[in-house]
Design a protein around this ligand. Structure first.
Ligand code: 0O2
Length: 212
């Protein structure tokens, strides 16, 4: 497929990613402006690269024409939370929104992957307006804690380095690290209320200073 065609095909996904980042960033802003604790720590997004699309099609034994129908993550949003409990809050927010419709939820937190990967995925239908009119497309939203994100970023780099064949001794270390992060997330949850109180107090104070 020619570059121009790839661009035309992926442009609506790019728009969806940009719009959704803005919307989730705005949610952060709204919480901050009202002095409320925000379950969203950070939001990022990306359109899948052409090489990554081609790799995935090959891996799944699919034709190019099946791409939009079969690949759920051409547009991807990643929401990072401080605490595991925040993930459920973000999931509720997404379920209750009227500008996106949940198609599928994948709970890799309760059902951790054999690799040790933990994250909550929601595939939504989201509509963008293009020159050719409205287009509804799928967006994969990954929601995870900072700890889960740390682990998956490192593991993803190693998968890339070893071309999906991570040696057994490194796999074992990753598995131990995944267990350690689960413990860390649990321990951080135990101090969550105290941290939230401290952050709220700081936020209220900084709002007062700004008003003065
Ligand atoms: P990239 O490079 O991040 O885009 P399925 O349709 O369920 O058979 P699919 O579509 O791979 O399979 O869905 P799944 O398993 O829910 O994974 C989607 C994305 O989740 C992956 O996209 C990764 O971003 C992330 N992910 C899933 N499993 C792992 C894992 O074991 N380690 C890490 N680091 N990330 C994982 P891509 O296209 O694989 O990768």
């Amino acid at each position: 497929m020619k570059i121009q065609l790839w661009r035309e095909m992926l442009d609506p996904y790019d728009l969806a990613v940009k719009e959704l980042i803005t919307k989730f960033e705005h949610l952060k802003y709204e919480h901050k402006a009202r002095g409320l604790y925000c379950p969203i720590e950070d939001v990022t997004g990306r359109v899948k690269s052409v090489s990554s699309i081609l790799d995935k099609l090959k891996k799944k034994n699919l034709e190019l024409e099946q791409m939009e129908q079969e690949l759920d993550d051409l547009a991807g949003i990643r929401i990072i939370c401080q605490f595991v409990e925040d993930i459920e809050k973000v999931v509720s927010i997404i379920r209750s929104r009227t500008d996106m419709t949940v198609r599928q939820e994948k709970d890799y937190i309760t059902n951790e992957k054999t690799s040790g990967y933990r994250s909550y995925h929601i595939i939504v239908d989201y509509q963008v307006q293009t020159l050719n009119g409205p287009k509804t497309l799928k967006v994969e939203i990954q929601i995870r804690t900072m700890g889960m994100n740390f682990w998956s970023t490192i593991e993803h780099s190693l998968q890339y380095k070893y071309k999906q064949n991570i040696p057994e001794h490194i796999r074992e270390k990753l598995s131990n690290a995944a267990d350690a992060i689960e413990v860390l997330d649990r321990e951080m949850s135990e101090v969550r209320n105290e941290i939230m109180d401290a952050q709220n107090a700081r936020q209220i104070q900084s709002n007062i200073v700004t008003e003065i």
